[in-house]
Each structure stands twice: as structure tokens, then as C-alpha cells.
Design a protein around this ligand. Structure first.
Ligand code: NDP
Length: 285
């Protein structure tokens, strides 16, 4: 039969680990398909969406900076896309494009399956208020997390995120000051079950800077989760591990959002171990 084409739309996409992960999965299941990175300039986004229809591209992931921008150009939005206000997965059904979001669900799947962490077990502190923080906070609220605080350099953005999550899920979210001396923040950080970094601080090639966390936190009895996965052990994770915390990098979320996308496109159970191995190889682990 015809080769099924999958891909990734974003800008830039050259260094993405997703092609290796999905091509390994397609090969492992003996499927006639390929996954291609498509770097799209902003002025070509609408044409690219038309191109998916015209060429019969079976499905794509969407990454920075288009997760919101693609939404008006889709024919259908799944509940997850509406809830998260962003699309990371598109399925092409006979020229009709449907948008989904597997980022938030992938994060929760990783917490539960790979880290044995149940979000309902305690408070969560989220650092950052950008696109990934929105997915993480919304997912935690959906998964029954009892208490969430968001801390962001630009506090107005944290407040906006808190308001939006509250209006969609009913969870009251605290918006805190990005200030290591802030006592409310220090107190929350100490009693959090989970601390998640959703900023690029610690990412290779990014500006260096410190997360506003009190000394010794996260530590014993807490899970430190970094969405950054390059390098796989960030300063935040190294410090947290030294304090006795359990640590997790962003490869797990990347893996599980990919697993959920793959399953949505193919209707088959994804070969998770194969995909994980492909990701780890990309990460040099
Ligand atoms: P956004 O650009 O949407 O948000 C960036 C956030 O980081 C904002 O809250 C911003 O604060 C904050 N920030 C940026 N620079 C600094 C700084 N110097 N000091 C303090 N805060 C800063 O990015 P995303 O949310 O999409 O991505 C964030 C990180 O998460 C990236 O490293 C990305 O690679 C990673 N990621 C990982 C995923 C995975 O699957 N593992 C999925 C998605 C993202 P402000 O509002 O004040 O500007």
C-alpha cells in the first residue's frame, strides 16, 4: 500500500528527537510509514496546513511556536485541545484535520507509570507560566491534584494562568512571586509533593539563572520534575537529587506524549520500550 506520512510542524525542528522516536516505532511494528520534520516559516503556516490535506499527510505533531496558531485552521478540536487551549497532535481523516493535545495527558501518564507518582497525593509547585506550564497545571488539576501554585518571573502571566485553570477546572491555583526570599513561596515549596520546572533554565545553550527555591528543596519525600531533557541531568535535578529528592527529566513527558500521538494516528498499541530506547539514544544516554 501507500506509505503513510507523519511529521512534525514547528520552527525550528532540526534538533527534535521526535523523528527518531516515531520512525523506530513505525519500524518496530512493521508499518509502511515515515515521520518527517517539517520546518515551517510563520508566513507559510496556513499553506502548510493546506498541504497536509492536499498531500494526504496522515498525521503531524505541532511544536513551538504553532501549538495555538494552528487551531483556527483545523476542522475539529477534540476536548483535550479545547481544555488545554493548544494542539500538539493533528489527525488527517480524509482531508478533515482534527486537533488533539497529548502533552498534558503524557505528563500525567509519565508521573503515574514511570515514577509511581499519583497527582492527587499532594500539592504541586510549578515554575513557569508559558505553554508547557499551562499544559502541566491543567493536567494536574484534571488528575485531581489538591493544590497547585504557579511561580513565574512575569507574575501577571502566572495570575492569568491561574485564572484560566480555575475557570476550566474549578481548582483554585495560587500565583506566587518569583523571589527566593518570598515566604509564601518558600513555605509552599517545602510542603509540595511535586516541584516541576517548566522554564528553559538549565537547558543547554540557554541563559543561566536560578530557580527561586529555598535551600534543601526539593528534598527527601518530594519529586523534582524538570521538563528540560537536554542535558538529561540539569542543575535543578542534580541539586534535588543531592537533597534526597526523587528526580525525573523531561524525556518521560516527551515519550508519553509521543506514545499517545502514535496510538491516536495508528489505532495500535505503541511499542513504548522501543520509543524510549530511541529517545535515550538521541539524548546520548
Ligand atoms: P514558553 O516560552 O512558553 O515559556 C517559557 C517560560 O519560562 C515562561 O514562564 C518564562 O517566564 C520562563 N522563563 C524564560 N526564561 C527565563 C529566565 N531567564 N528566568 C526566569 N524565567 C524564564 O516555553 P515552554 O513552556 O513551551 O517551554 C519551557 C521549557 O519546557 C523548554 O525548555 C522546553 O524545551 C521544555 N518543554 C519540554 C517538554 C517535554 O515534553 N519534556 C514539552 C514542552 C516544553 P516569563 O513569562 O517571565 O517570560
Amino acid at each position: 500500500g501507500e506509505t503513510a506520512v507523519y511529521g512534525l510542524i514547528g520552527h525550528p525542528v532540526a534538533h527534535s528527537y521526535s523523528p527518531a522516536m516515531h520512525n523506530a516505532a513505525l519500524a518496530a511494528l512493521g508499518l509502511n510509514g515515515v515521520y518527517v520534520p517539517f520546518g515551517v516559516q510563520p508566513e507559510n503556516l496556513v499553506a502548510a496546513m493546506e498541504g497536509l490535506r492536499a498531500l494526504g499527510v496522515a498525521g503531524v505533531n505541532v511544536t513551538i511556536p504553532y501549538k495555538e496558531a494552528v487551531m483556527p485552521h483545523l476542522d475539529e478540536l477534540a476536548e483535550t485541545a479545547i481544555l488545554y487551549g493548544a494542539v500538539n497532535t493533528i489527525i488527517n481523516r480524509q482531508g478533515r484535520l482534527a486537533g488533539y493535545n497529548t502533552d498534558g495527558p503524557g505528563f500525567i501518564k509519565d508521573l503515574r507509570e514511570d515514577h509511581g507518582f499519583e497527582p492527587s497525593q499532594g500539592p504541586a509547585l510549578v515554575l513557569g507560566a508559558g505553554g508547557s506550564a499551562r499544559a502541566v497545571v491543567m493536567a494536574l488539576a484534571q488528575a485531581g491534584c489538591p493544590e497547585v501554585a504557579v511561580v513565574n518571573r512575569n507574575r501577571a502571566r502566572a495570575e492569568e494562568l491561574a485564572k484560566s485553570v480555575h475557570s476550566k477546572t474549578g481548582l483554585q491555583v495560587l500565583a506566587l512571586q518569583w523571589d527566593p526570599g518570598d515566604r509564601l513561596l518558600a513555605g509552599f515549596a517545602r510542603r509540595a509533593a511535586l516541584v516541576v520546572n517548566c522554564t528553559p533554565l538549565g537547558m543547554s545553550g540557554q541563559v543561566r539563572g536560578d530557580l527561586p527555591l529555598p535551600r534543601g528543596v526539593p528534598g527527601s519525600g518530594q519529586l523534582a520534575y524538570d521538563l528540560v531533557y537536554n542535558p538529561p541531568v540539569t542543575r535543578f535535578l542534580a541539586r534535588s537529587a543531592a537533597n534526597g529528592a526523587v528526580v525525573a527529566n523531561g524525556l518521560g513527558m516527551l515519550l508519553h506524549q509521543g506514545v499517545l500521538s502514535f496510538e491516536a494516528w495508528t489505532g495500535l498499541a505503541a511499542p513504548v520500550a522501543v520509543m524510549r530506547r530511541a529517545l535515550y539514544r538521541q539524548a546520548g544516554i
